[in-house]
Write a protein that binds this ligand. Structure first.
Ligand code: PEP
Ligand code: MN
Length: 360
């Protein structure tokens, strides 16, 4: 897939004065629930109403969606509010039903993007369509798999494309339900700057208090829009209750978020600087995370040495590490002096950690 300006046409045609806002419940629950949320959203910045009709659950036994019946509710919400509609499709039959019910935007879920077979089935079912198709990142952190899905649609002559960043699952649970791994969408953006990129802070966060900051980071990184799960009674939502916010909160959030307008030299300079600074912030976060993980391994080594009664400092090993890192540093244009400085500091911290384990 080459980088084609045509990928942005659908977004440009919307002529929005702000980034695209897609909002609505995780799941369509009842007709009145969906209509009520749609009416609460229609006077906010949200131009697209989202609602899951078929819900892919990681484990069975959770609410699996109302099914095709919900498509009628989406259609009614569109008639009453004038909002565009979007839902997730996970097979050719879903596509057929969604098209029959005039859904405007189809999204491909994270559990679908992982499977080239299903992606191909859906791309074939949509061949040549003018509908907008948004492709969520796969659950695992694999840029090629994500881009492969985009390419399958592009090759099937589906040109109104975009991607949604919803984070990546990890075995170890941390702050986020799905780790953002910002570097992956940043790489994608560098490769395909004209492919619209939308942030799904809800599935990254898993909890509503993190949503605002995630959106701000996304906007600072030049994302084209956000998709936020929204419900009038978030705590009692039938799925993803902890991460949904009310339409009122969403409306306030879009007022508080700093949206960067690209106009004039001065503003453009500031925007570019801001984007680069946000990229540096992402890298710095990764550096600290990696250093922390490295020290945890040092702690384990400390434990082993204690058991075997081996001394902490092993000069030969340390010289080997240093030599290897100086060579690797050269490849990345990092001076020997710099590598020596940071590795001495890292080594010292490592020794301190081991000492703590051994001596207590
Ligand atoms: C959703 O948007 O409700 C959803 C199921 O998302 P994901 O595919 O990102 O898990
Ligand atoms: Mn959800």
């Amino acid at each position: 897939m080459e980088n084609k300006k045509e990928l942005r046409t659908w977004l440009n045609k919307m002529e929005l004065a702000h980034p695209l806002v897609i909002a609505g419940p995780c799941s369509a629950e009842t007709e009145s629930q969906l209509l009520k949320i749609a009416h609460q959203l229609k006077d906010t910045d949200a131009t697209v109403l989202r609602a899951g009709i078929w819900k892919p659950r990681t484990r069975p036994g959770n609410f699996e969606g109302v099914g095709a019946l919900g498509l009628k509710w989406l259609q009614k919400a569109k008639e009453e509010t004038g909002m565009l509609t979007t839902t997730e499709v996970a097979n050719a039959n879903h596509v057929d039903l969604a098209l029959k019910h005039d859904v405007d935007i189809l999204w491909i879920g994270a559990r679908t993007t992982v499977s080239p077979f299903i992606v191909q089935e859906i791309a074939d079912a949509l061949k040549g369509t003018d509908k907008i198709v948004l492709i969520k990142n796969p659950v695992n952190p694999d840029l090629a798999l994500w881009l492969g899905a985009v390419e399958r649609f592009y090759t099937a002559d589906v040109k109104n494309l975009g991607v949604i960043h919803r984070g990546f699952s990890t075995y170890e649970k941390n702050t986020y339900r799905n780790n953002p791994e910002w570097q992956i969408p940043i790489d994608l953006q560098n490769k395909f700057p004209d492919l619209p990129l939308i942030l799904d802070p809800s599935h990254i966060a898993g909890r509503r208090d993190l949503i605002f900051d995630l959106c701000q980071t996304g906007l600072d990184l030049n994302y084209d829009g956000i998709m936020v799960e929204t419900h009038y009674d978030p705590d009692n939502a039938w799925s993803d209750a902890a991460q949904q916010i009310t339409p009122e909160t969403l409306a306030q959030m879009t007022v508080d978020l700093k949206i960067r307008v690209e106009e004039g030299d001065e503003v453009e300079f500031k925007n570019k600087l801001n984007t680069l600074r946000t990229k540096i912030d992402v890298m710095d976060h990764q550096l600290i995370e990696t250093l922390g993980k490295r020290m945890r391994i040092a702690d384990e080594i400390g434990g082993l040495k204690k058991k075997q009664n081996v001394s902490i400092l092993q000069t030969r090993r340390w010289n080997e590490v240093l030599g290897k890192m100086i060579l690797e540093g050269e490849e990345y244009k990092l001076s020997e002096e710099f590598i020596l400085k940071i590795y001495k500091a890292i080594h010292q911290e490592s020794i301190n950690h081991q000492k703590k384990v051994i001596i207590g």
